[in-house]
Design a protein around this ligand. Structure first.
Ligand SMILES: *Cc1c(COP(=O)(O)O)cnc(C)c1O
Length: 229
């Protein structure tokens, strides 16, 4: 077994254990393998171990990797911040975008999504920890923006995404994830057909799953420590 295959098994076991503890079916949580900074050869190893969904943060790196691998069975998620001058490449190449936080970006993605492809699957990023420097729409502005995004023809709004500021213990990790879940539930009650809560990374998937994550984004625990850029 390669390291990546062993790491994947370990992360899937963590997901199963965390789901079981809170009485959720483990199958309700999808694993997104974050392959940013890692070469296509390591993605191939993860594919050989059964992984199908991958996340990338940088447009050019992601597009190059997707072209190099040329595997139609894979699902590619763009999870990084997206400048409006780079939307076309993302709209033409990826299946999902997680960090949409402005109407203008979403509108461009919708306009630029080729008719030959399924609508682009989108999560609205929420600045759930209220940090000045972080991207994401404020929780107050999220409902109005979500309703606007839901009307765009070539994107499909699937849910919410957040990257809370790091917290030391389990209870403080859960707190912002709980706030995102309550916002998600409010939007669903208001009639938006959302099914995705994208939250949880290598260090906090257990807390995210306890608060209802349906998709966790894991890089380091699968591929190893990235070089600081
Ligand atoms: C890098 C990244 C991840 C993965 O983080 P790890 O701590 O390596 O698991 C998840 N989500 C986003 C948005 C990222 O940029």
């Amino acid at each position: 077994m390669t390291t990546i295959s062993a790491n994947l098994q370990a992360v899937l076991a963590r997901i199963t254990a965390a789901a079981t503890v809170c009485g959720r079916p483990p199958g309700a949580i999808r694993l997104l393998a974050v392959s940013k900074t890692w070469p296509a050869s390591l993605v191939r190893e993860a594919v050989a171990a059964g992984q199908k969904a991958f996340g990338e943060n940088y447009v050019q790196e992601g597009v190059d990797k997707i072209r190099e691998l040329a595997l139609p069975s894979l699902e590619w998620h763009f999870i990084g911040p997206l400048q409006s001058n780079k939307t076309r490449q993302v709209a033409e190449t990826f299946d999902w975008v997680h960090a949409v936080d402005r109407f203008k970006t979403a509108e461009r993605l919708s306009q630029q999504r080729p008719e030959t492809l399924a609508p682009l699957q989108v999560c609205l990023q929420v600045n759930i920890s209220g940090e000045d420097t972080k991207s994401g729409v404020s929780p107050q502005d999220a409902p109005a923006l979500a309703r606007q995004l839901a009307l765009l023809p070539r994107i499909s709004l699937r849910g919410l995404m957040a990257i809370p500021s790091p917290a030391a213990d389990f209870a403080s990790q859960r707190e912002p994830f709980g706030r995102l879940r309550r916002l998600f539930e409010q939007l669903v009650r208001e009639g938006l057909p959302l099914d995705t809560l994208s939250m949880g990374m290598s260090n906090d998937i257990e807390a995210a799953i306890a608060e209802g994550a349906t998709l966790v984004r894991v890089g380091t625990a699968i591929f190893g420590e990235r070089n600081k850029q």
